[in-house]
Write a protein that binds this ligand. Structure first.
Ligand SMILES: Nc1ncnc2c1ncn2[C@@H]1O[C@H](COP(=O)(O)OP(=O)(O)OP(=O)(O)O)[C@@H](O)[C@H]1O
Ligand SMILES: [Mg+2]
Length: 250
């Protein structure tokens, strides 16, 4: 039977929220609704507004309430400023139209060389039919963008290199083990609802106090970003597992 894919971020988030240990790793996520946007900006100061079924970072918007009371949002490379919440929300609504959108608590991402980065954790069903974390990679954002996706100019980089300025090597090693465990927990939890999943790409944000947050889970993850690393060890295993569960490779 074909490998299962689930497009709706909202549907996947709801399944993850059923797990007590995972719940605290998930940023507050709600459906698009202007009063909800106002409340979340009051509470978090910065939020991400994104399509329920988006890919490649397309249509993702970062919205902020500034200390001077103005509002700003950014989708591409240029932030737009607004004198009031209502003007900002009306402009966003026009952009969104009737599409399904989500609002998510914004996580202030850790930086490397002044650029924000997030993490992609690859989890696969291994030949023993167990969930295994097979890859952990960082994605450094393009200097002017609010997303880190490879298709939006993000640069794949080794996790150890990105964490080097922040943690000692033994700390980095145990952090990786932690991320690997979060990866397999996410897979087991999603499989309770979606039994035919075989591979997942989990987008994880690390905030400035080193807390990991699950931004979203992709059910059709791109294995090839792992080939961009000089060290091909992770990629080779990822590729081998892909072939073993009969994934069609591009
Ligand atoms: N809540 C958030 N806080 C901080 N950054 C975020 C948040 N949500 C998204 N981002 C940034 O935007 C990027 C794109 O968001 P997301 O992964 O949710 O959508 P997508 O990339 O369009 O979906 P897909 O990964 O399926 O292509 C993330 O990788 C991350 O860099
Ligand atoms: Mg993503």
């Amino acid at each position: 039977m074909a490998i299962q894919r689930v497009k709706s971020k909202w549907a996947k988030t709801k399944v993850l929220l059923l797990s007590e240990p995972l719940r605290e790793r998930i940023p507050v996520t709600k459906r698009w609704h202007i009063p909800q946007l106002a409340a979340m900006l009051e509470q978090h100061g910065m939020v991400y507004v994104k399509p329920d079924q988006g890919t490649f970072g397309l249509g993702v918007v970062r919205v902020e309430k500034l200390p001077d009371g103005r509002y700003t949002y950014q989708s591409g490379t240029h932030p737009q400023h607004f004198p009031s919440f209502d003007k900002m929300a009306a402009s966003l609504q026009k952009r969104i139209g009737s599409r399904q959108y989500l609002i998510q608590q914004g996580i202030p991402l850790l930086s490397y060389d002044g650029l924000r980065f997030d993490i992609r954790v690859m989890v696969q069903c291994n030949p023993k039919q167990e969930w295994e974390t097979t890859g952990i990679i960082g994605r450094l954002s393009h200097p002017k963008k609010i997303v880190t996706n490879y298709h939006s100019g993000g640069v794949p980089m080794a996790f150890d290199k990105l964490m080097e300025p922040h943690l000692t090597q033994p700390q980095v090693d145990s952090y990786k083990m932690w991320l690997a465990e979060i990866g397999t927990s996410v897979a087991r939890q999603l499989q309770t609802r979606y039994p035919r999943l075989k591979e997942l790409g989990i987008d994880i944000a690390i905030d400035e106090s080193f807390r990991p947050w699950i931004l979203e889970v992709n059910t059709l993850p791109d294995p090839y970003i792992f080939r961009k690393l000089d060290d091909k060890t992770m990629f080779r295993r990822i590729y081998r597992y892909c072939l073993a569960y009969d994934r069609r490779m591009k």
